[in-house]
Design a protein around this ligand. Structure first.
Ligand SMILES: [Zn+2]
Length: 92
């Protein structure tokens, strides 16, 4: 006597994570206004190490930030950041 139950199979199955975004697409984060990091209303906000900040503020020397956040000047939202060394090099 087989006991194959086909009904109720939908139970206990984790739903797939919703979202139309494909995993191959690069991150295109935007603020609530829809501005991405290249928008002219979006400012990079660099974060330096303790010493890096010292050089920038007191010595006026440009140093490479350890992290850059992207902030929209319209809504004030920090919606993206980078810690990629190559990208950070552009903010010297
Ligand atoms: Zn915005």
């Amino acid at each position: 006597m087989s006991d194959e139950t086909t009904s109720g199979a939908a139970d206990g199955r984790p739903a797939p994570l919703g979202g139309p975004s494909s995993p191959t697409e690069p991150s295109r984060l935007t603020c609530v206004c829809g501005h991405d990091r290249t928008h002219y209303l979006v400012s990079p906000v660099p974060t330096y190490t303790g010493w890096g900040k010292f050089w920038v503020i007191f010595m006026g020397v440009s140093t490479r930030p350890v992290r850059v956040d992207f902030k929209c000047r319209q809504c004030g939202q920090l919606f993206d950041f980078t810690e990629d060394a190559e990208e950070l090099g552009r903010f010297l």
